[in-house]
Design a protein around this ligand. Structure first.
Ligand code: ADP
Length: 480
């Protein structure tokens, strides 16, 4: 069966859908069927320039609106997106290939909640403060923000930039990934539908090294908020540096999951697999390194192998399936090559999932390797697929050393039945977000990386502050 190909080849600039100045299109494939489902514009540097100009023209008036007016716009968009929820879920599922619960609760549910959360924050955040001594500090919008986003959680990552930027009084140029651009297009149709003032939100589709690079190096871009690979993030930062443009970078990870010897192993290992394999392992904060006491290794491997049998890989629309395909054939080959590398470097395959029944789709069964050491590539490199590395340790000190022995520092988890011990270990891990046991992911918890996992934080008030400049206004001393 051949899918209908949706043609969505226009850019959204200055409040109108306009033709790209370039020729050619980018094909978008459903990773579960391998069929082309849509084509989008292969944008140009001129498209990027036009979008930055529109955002720049719209920014002063947008910043002059009261915070409650901006909050009202965000709530209107939230309501429009909520009314379109089923459609958004279907779009993301076709684009990313993730199972329905993940598509609904996370891929769409979280951004919907975030639109409301940043509307609330716009109304409560102290943008302008003066103390009793007359010391006056204002937080003003940075200006024009380029939001460059990847393919694994496309709507969430876009909203996590766009919503706080708009709340702060910035205008935006969205450059969604060329791999899964369809939910961003739908969101912008909703933006258009609610009648947001022209130029406040612009969207340019195209390839990263063309459109993304132009936005990052544009003299009128005041900030680049980027999520993606560490390699592309470094290029974005270098381009932005040419104009001393502010950057926020949310990059890769190789996140550790330390299981201490007094932890509930059943719970810890089950949770560890879930947070390694979420979105078929295509998650920057995935807990890909399970760091375990050597004298409990056999027990942990046995639990992990048993738990792996519970995973069903296949058509993401089928009920009960919890692992869909990888995003592309390129990604599938990459993951397969890491499985070969792991075996060649001496890691031991503990268990491998049952392959999918489907004839098409970029499926790779999940794999668990043990006896992994920090010098192996599967302990150091971000695979972005369902591959778990188990690294044994001899004592707590060594567990912490192994956890920190990576260029990344995005997320981590510590399991222990002793809260003080868990807290002691958590504070020693160089990562932007560390969970203890089944720790609550409270809404607005700052998220972002240390070391080569990034710069800056997203979500909540810390995420909003990324889009604000601080200005001190020095007043004459009051005369007595
Ligand atoms: P991923 O494969 O995880 O999506 P990338 O880092 O390749 O990671 O892509 C993330 C986003 O960055 C995408 O929107 C992509 O188009 C964009 N991008 C890639 N390379 C560059 C670049 N050199 N300059 C600006 N943006 C880029």
């Amino acid at each position: 069966m051949t899918a209908t190909i949706i043609e969505h080849t226009r850019q959204y600039i200055g409040g109108a859908w306009v033709n790209s100045t370039g020729e050619g299109v980018i094909e978008v494939r459903n990773p579960a069927t391998e069929q082309v489902i849509a084509v989008v514009a292969k944008g140009t540097e001129d498209d990027a320039d036009a979008a930055v100009a529109a955002a720049k023209a719209a920014q002063p008036a947008w910043a002059r609106l009261s915070t409650s007016e901006r909050a009202t716009w965000l709530r209107r968009l939230q309501a429009a997106a909520a009314a379109d929820r089923e459609n958004l879920v279907r779009i993301i599922q076709d684009d990313v290939g993730c199972p329905t619960p993940l598509a609904d609760h996370v891929q769409v549910g979280v951004p919907l909640a975030n639109l409301g959360a940043f509307a609330d924050l716009a109304e409560t955040y102290p943008f302008d403060e003066q103390d009793t001594e007359g010391r006056w500090v204002r937080r003003e919008p940075v200006g024009v923000v380029a939001c460059i986003t990847p393919w694994n959680f496309p709507l969430h990552q876009l909203v996590l930039k766009m919503a706080p930027a708009l709340a702060a009084g910035c205008t935006v140029v969205l450059k969604p990934t060329e791999v899964t651009p369809l939910s961003a297009l739908r969101l912008v149709e909703l933006v258009d539908g609610i009648g947001l003032p022209p130029g406040v939100v612009n969207l340019v589709n195209g390839f990263g090294p063309v459109v993304g690079a132009r936005l990052a190096g544009h003299p009128d871009t005041d900030m680049v908020s980027f999520t993606g690979s560490t390699a592309a993030g470094k290029r974005v930062a270098a381009l932005a540096a040419g104009n001393v443009t502010r950057v926020a970078l949310e990059l890769g990870g190789k996140s550790p999951n330390i299981i201490l010897d007094d932890a509930d192993l059943e719970v810890a290992v089950r949770d560890g697999l879930a947070w390694c394999f979420v979105n078929s392992g295509q998650t920057c904060s995935a807990l890909t390194r399970m760091i375990v006491p050597r004298d409990r290794l056999a027990e942990i491997e046995e639990i992990a192998a048993r738990e792996l049998r519970e995973y069903r890989i296949g058509d993401p629309r089928k009920p009960g399936v919890n692992l869909g395909p990888l995003i592309s054939d390129v990604q599938r080959e990459r993951v397969r090559s890491y499985v070969d590398v792991a075996a060649a470097e001496g890691a031991r395959l503990v268990a491998c999932g049952t392959p999918a029944d489907e004839q098409t789709g970029y499926f790779v069964p999940p794999a668990i390797f043990s006896d992994v050491t920090t010098d192996m590539r599967i302990a150091q490199e971000e695979i972005f697929g369902p591959v778990l590395a188990i690294l044994p340790y001899d004592d707590e000190e060594q567990a912490v050393t192994i956890a920190n022995d990576t260029v990344y520092g995005l997320a981590a988890c510590v399991w222990s039945s002793d809260p003080d011990r868990a807290a002691r270990v958590a504070t020693r891990i160089r990562a932007g977000q560390v969970r203890i046991n089944d720790g609550d992911r409270w809404p607005g918890a700052p998220f972002g990386g240390m070391k080569q996992s990034g710069l800056g934080r997203e979500d909540g008030s810390h995420g909003l502050e990324e889009f604000l400049e601080i200005k001190a206004i020095l007043l004459p001393k009051p005369t007595a």
